[in-house]
Design a protein around this ligand. Structure first.
Ligand SMILES: [Cu+2]
Length: 138
């Protein structure tokens, strides 16, 4: 009789644990499915570096519309980021980057535009940003 009582007690314990596990979980009706955007636009950072040898690198950058581009002054000298046509649709206003590590960000939201820009301090220091419609690879 003792043995059968022991078995029954063990079974009851297992049922109690199972009930506790069921009531403890399953708060979310959607479970652990994938979250967040699957395709957050550009996969690589769109960065242009202003270098100590007086260049924008890369000199020409092609981005999809809606991309935020970062200009980063890697030099210990000042540079400017001056649009050739400040009145162009979607253009930015002239920026002066005065110290190493200065960052300027601009989001390009006008598809089909090509922006030429220059550094006012160094002749021949020029760059281009080409803005395509979304999904340039398709
Ligand atoms: Cu410069």
């Amino acid at each position: 009789m003792k043995a059968s009582r022991f078995v029954r007690t063990g079974l009851a314990l297992a049922l109690a644990l199972g009930a506790a596990a069921c009531s403890g979980g399953g708060d979310s009706p959607y479970g652990d499915g994938p979250t967040g955007p699957k395709n957050p636009g550009t996969s690589s950072p769109s960065e242009i570096h202003l270098t100590s040898d007086r260049k924008f690198t890369p000199g020409t950058l092609a981005v999809a519309v809606g991309t935020r581009v970062r200009w980063i002054n890697d030099a210990n000298i000042s540079h400017t980021i001056t649009p050739e046509d400040p009145n162009q649709k979607g253009a930015w206003t002239k920026q002066t980057t005065s110290a190493s590590g200065t960052v300027f960000e601009h989001t390009f939201s006008e598809a089909g535009q090509t922006y030429s820009y220059r550094c006012d301090l160094h002749s021949g220091m020029t760059g281009t940003v080409q803005v395509s419609s979304s999904n340039p690879g398709y």
